[in-house]
Design a protein around this ligand. Structure first.
Ligand code: MN
Length: 289
């Protein structure tokens, strides 16, 4: 087991703890990005304050512990997400979205957003969006498990999954043992308090990495402290990530950057009051400053 510190990052109006990609571990299964944001207070109009921006080659997984966020995307989706619900957006060849205030909610906002790298079979396919308001919950001794994606401890999520991965929230009340698939690598991320993972203490801003070969993990904590478990078989190919794009080559990213900058139809339009986000070209591109 390795204990890995998250890095500080900034997303919209929020400071985030970025667990993935880590220098030591770029991916855990197909999970290639993991931001833990908040808790921080938002008002009706602010929210996460993330303006329209594009994605390729990934799924975004949004999960809240507190608060509300309004998701808008180029498919025409307008979906408020609340704690216990899952927003899952599949970018495929291209999608854009914004994450804003709901116009109504004021108070603390706390959650995670993760990316799942899509396999070659679907990474160039059409974009899609799913909202799941009712996810399976399983009570085990010492822990309540909500399965966001994949299957764990006899519960299976209805969410779309293009590779054989798992993501679950753990609400830890005492010593507990969770079954793992030994073909998968896993990470356990502390969210709203410290927990123990296989006897080592993990606090918010850290995660425990468990390599392939483990058939169970022991967790311990008090008072229903929440953590996130993600896992999957080591990903099929190395991914190239830059800004909001997941790809296999730099040329693919250069092309996505060009399409977004030119506002091509590839990324559609988002009905947001916030102006679309721009970034300079990738550093390897001939048009880089
Ligand atoms: Mn995004």
């Amino acid at each position: 087991m390795e204990l890995i510190d998250s890095r500080a990052g900034q997303v919209g109006a929020f400071q985030v703890r970025r667990a993935l990609p880590a220098r030591a571990r770029r991916t855990v299964g197909p999970w290639c990005f993991l931001d833990h944001f908040g808790p921080a207070d938002v008002d009706e109009d602010g929210g996460l304050g993330v303006a329209p921006h594009p994605h390729t080659g990934l799924q975004t997984v949004t999960w809240l512990l507190e608060g509300e966020v309004l998701h808008r995307d180029s498919l025409g989706t307008e979906q408020v997400i609340r704690p216990g619900q899952l927003n899952l957006m599949t970018a495929g060849c291209g999608v854009s979205h914004a994450e804003e205030g709901t116009g109504r909610y004021r108070g603390p906002l706390h959650g995670v957003q993760l990316w799942v790298a899509l396999p070659d079979a679907t990474r160039d396919a059409a974009p899609a969006f799913e909202h799941h308001g009712d996810l399976p919950v399983v009570d085990l001794p010492g822990v309540t498990v909500t399965v966001l994606v994949g299957a764990l401890a006899s519960a299976r999520s209805p969410a779309r999954r293009d590779t054989d991965h798992v993501g679950a929230q753990l609400e830890v009340r005492g010593p507990a043992v969770l079954p793992l698939d030994p073909a998968r690598e896993h990470a356990v991320v502390a969210l709203d308090g410290g927990i123990e993972v296989d006897g080592r203490s993990v606090r918010p801003g850290q995660h425990a990495y468990l390599g392939v070969g483990s058939s169970e993990v022991r967790v311990d904590g008090a008072g229903g402290v929440r953590a996130l478990l993600v896992g999957g078989e080591p990903f099929e190919s190395p991914v190239v990530m830059w800004w909001n794009y997941v790809a296999r080559t730099r040329d693919e990213i250069t092309e996505a950057h060009r399409a977004w900058t030119e506002r091509s139809d590839r990324f559609g339009r988002v009905a947001s009051l916030l102006p679309p986000t721009d970034v300079p070209p990738p550093p390897w591109s001939s048009s880089a400053p």
